[in-house]
Design a binder for this molecule. Structure first.
Ligand code: SF4
Ligand code: SF4
Length: 86
């Protein structure tokens, strides 16, 4: 069973990740997004939110699911394959 970090751990991790962002690739949602919302609850670091016309990944927060999943969880569930790796 996965143990997701609590909010304070997330904050610390995001701070750490911010200063290590050069090393991390991120994912991005393209304009093909159909606004289905399937990806948002799958992100272990809460990097995905609803934007105005599509869902959005905060690239400074996305960790490519490293340490959580073998593959990007958002990519796995997106029905229209509109999440790309940068
Ligand atoms: S790749 Fe993982 S960490 Fe990055 S936005 Fe998708 S689900 Fe979140
Ligand atoms: S799963 Fe894909 S289509 Fe659905 S909201 Fe996320 S990016 Fe958009």
């Amino acid at each position: 069973m996965l143990n997701y970090p609590n909010q304070s751990e997330i904050t610390y991790f995001n701070f750490f990740n911010y200063y290590n962002r050069e090393k991390n690739m991120a994912h991005r949602i393209t304009d093909e997004c159909t606004y289905c919302g399937a990806c948002e609850p799958e992100c272990p670091v809460y990097a995905i939110s609803a934007g105005e016309s599509s869902y959005v990944i905060e690239e400074s927060i996305c960790v490519d699911c490293v340490g959580y999943h073998d593959n990007a969880a958002c990519v796995e569930v997106c029905p229209v394959e509109c999440i790309i790796k940068l």
